[in-house]
Design a protein around this ligand. Sequence first.
Ligand code: ACO
Length: 327
Amino acid sequence: MSGARITGTGSSLPDKILTNRDLEQMVETSDEWITTRTGIKERRIAVEGEYTSTFAAEAGRRALAMAGIGADELDLIILGTVTPDFPFPATACILQKELGAHKATAFDLSAACSGFLYALSIATTYIRSGMAKKALVIGAEVLSRVVDWSDRNTCILFGDGAGAAVVEASEGENGILSTHIFSNGSHWDQLYLPGAGSRNPASNPRTIDERLYYIRMEGNDVFKHAVRAMEEAATAALTANAMSPSDISLFIPHQANRRIIDATAKRLGLPEERVFVNLHHYGNTSAASIPIALDEANRSGAIKAGDIILMDAFGGGFTYGSALVRW
Ligand code: ACO
């Protein structure tokens, strides 16, 4: 059985910055409240003419350039997103055309904030089984288009952007050691988007009247589940590889809330200096958050050859998961 290795990373973010001070002008909130409750200071917001595929394509190009391969060599593109360009076709098919990845199989995957790790898990399985050799795995979102900008409970949290990784078949001991993905559908209605699907179609006046096209979230409950589930997913990865937290060089958690990250790291016994955090700049970008963080860590030199990297996610569904990589 072949191994699988991340050979390139890339990310792309909108230029437009929305700060906590800007939000003070939009809803009854304060920079102080947002900073202490979430750790977020600013987020990037797509402008007219920018879509999920815009950022996904750019992140993908950058990852391909780092890997030193052409899009025409890809045999798989998986895009984790809950904000596709359209309900169908898959945004991954739009990317296939934009990138010129003519021989790839391309599909979207809906696992909310765990979307990138779900996609990475599937790509790794395809590569290990020999069904694919070169895959592009992307997490991309334009959440600003499904956020109610008059709801202070949610609008302060989210941002837009994309991150990508090229995964290739490899030999040797460096690479993706294991991936672990989990679901718990019992709480699907604690974090969801009620409108524009088959239950509440966009064409139904109720969808408009009741503003069903915006994210709904029970923040407090989501918070508690997130910490427990992220600990479970991280522990699954460590146990499967007979490792302990002291073996982890860098922990890259989903960037939802500083307090969720701190609580998870504390439960795992990971010191602050081994935890990668960039949510103060970008907020919660859902499926994009881990690959954006991975790319920043990679390009800044925070990751060195041989390092053990633990990625850990939680999101709507609920979905959660982890991936352990020897870089
Ligand atoms: N500004 C000022 N006050 C606010 C704001 C705001 N933006 N939002 C809520 N408040 C108020 C509430 O109305 C409430 O007031 P009350 O006591 O008078 O009723 C008070 O602040 C406390 O509200 P809580 O909801 O209890 O605040 P909490 O400390 O739980 O923080 C938060 C809320 C930040 C949403 C937190 O629960 C959280 O981060 N949950 C996780 C949600 C999340 O990350 N979701 C993303 C998707 S899933 C994932 O990515 C992990």
